[in-house]
Write a protein that binds this ligand. Sequence first.
Ligand code: A2P
Length: 354
Amino acid sequence: MAKIPVAVLGATGTVGQHFVKLLIDHPWFELVALTASERSAGKRYAEVAKWYLSDEVPEEVAGIEVRPTDPGAVEDAKLLFSAMPAEEAQKIEPACAEAGYIVSSNSSNFRMDPDVPLIIPEVNPDHLALIDVQRKRRGWSGCIVKNPNCTTIVFVLTLRPLLDAFGVKSVFVSSMQALSGAGYAGVPSMAIENNVIPFIAREEDKVEEEPLKLLGKLEGKDVRLAPMRISASCHRVPVLDGHTEAVFVELGRMASPEEVAGVLGKFRAKPQRLKLPTAPEHPIIVSNAQDMPQPRYARNAGSVPGMAVVVGRIRKDPALKNGIKYLVCGHNVIRGAAGAAVLNAELMKAESYL
Ligand code: A2P
């Protein structure tokens, strides 16, 4: 099988670096181009990427000349992975889709547009059908497909099996979010060292609205939002990678912590059945240790590092009707961003959209 040529837009940033690592040896995709802002265009990748990962800039890409981010600059690619700031993505992504590219994007713009598929492959793979609606409505030969916000992905992965088994009425989520989510220069070290910052701009809105679309039902040309209430409080903590989230769920019927653990631990979905290359064997790993999950151990757990989430401390919530509470931790830049967009593209390929 010939590999599909792909480019990363915004390849020098935190998410872009993870895209590069995930795509270098990908069995289906071949990385042919890296783009960034005009400031970086024309320079060598190793020179302009503020590499924060523990290993070196991979030699396959270190010497590549970074291109400007423009549909005309990536004509050797068919599929584009987007890790640009939302304001830039808002302009560039539609131009790319119009020019015929498939755009698998992590940027937060357009996520709630009715004709834009917002996908977690284990949660709502059927919503990919919105691609046809989008193309017809906008007259594009390409398309834009989004993955959700990093905090959203980590806990919504656990809500899918709970909703199917018991029903879900309301959810409270309190996040402890890693620094990498804000990008290399996002949070000054003088602000976060020895501290917690109880505010992340625009985060709680995304975390409260995106799950309703993800868990909603595709009816004809629209997604009917899931009828549940979500309340989020989001906080930045001095952890490099891995978001930890305390989740409190009012289930539709009573379930014991053991039943909940069984349902979460057994969860498998379409990416596992299709054996997509970036799909972990177990998307949710249940830990019985009394002091887990912790980001240092959870963020790379499972068969595909960074792609599983770890759940622990499942117990009854005495303050809620049919209440259950637990912690979940996942790699915010892999499962929560770059890995999410790569898995979306693998699903598109498996479903013949590529
Ligand atoms: P650059 O390194 O040249 O600024 P992060 O959010 O982690 O900082 O990453 C943002 C990514 O988006 C980087 O690759 C950055 O490139 C790129 N970027 C920023 N502004 C623009 C722009 N106006 N056009 C295209 N890419 C941009």
